[in-house]
Design a protein around this ligand. Structure first.
Ligand SMILES: [Zn+2]
Length: 107
């Protein structure tokens, strides 16, 4: 046990860490555990934690909002096609512009 590790382990124990009954998987040394982190007092290794995957959420490339905006865009372009009133065309174009901006933002 190095001096540094001894100090660290002592500090952890003082701060409410507990001694683990399970030995270190690498060197069978004594480990202290605090807030889910187990530190080996012999080799100083910290076993890898199991990470909670957030990839599942990020895998969805198309959000419902994006779908809604694309639908809206379809409707607006059809409206624009049929509209003969110049002022109304302008307002439809403004809406299209807004929808396109929104789509760009959530990309
Ligand atoms: Zn160890």
């Amino acid at each position: 046990m190095t001096e540094e590790l001894r100090k660290k382990a002592a500090e952890m124990l003082l701060n409410g860490a507990t001694l683990l009954s399970e030995p270190c998987p690498y060197c069978k040394g004594v480990r202290v555990m605090k807030e889910g982190h187990a530190l080996c007092t012999n080799c100083g290794r910290v076993p890898e934690e199991r990470k909670i995957s957030t990839d599942v959420i990020q895998e969805k490339t198309e959000t419902p909002l994006k779908k809604t905006l694309q639908k809206k865009l379809d409707v607006l372009s059809k409206e624009l096609e049929q509209e003969i009133d110049h002022e109304k065309q302008q307002s439809i174009l403004k809406s299209i512009n807004l929808v396109l901006e929104m789509i760009e933002k959530i990309k």
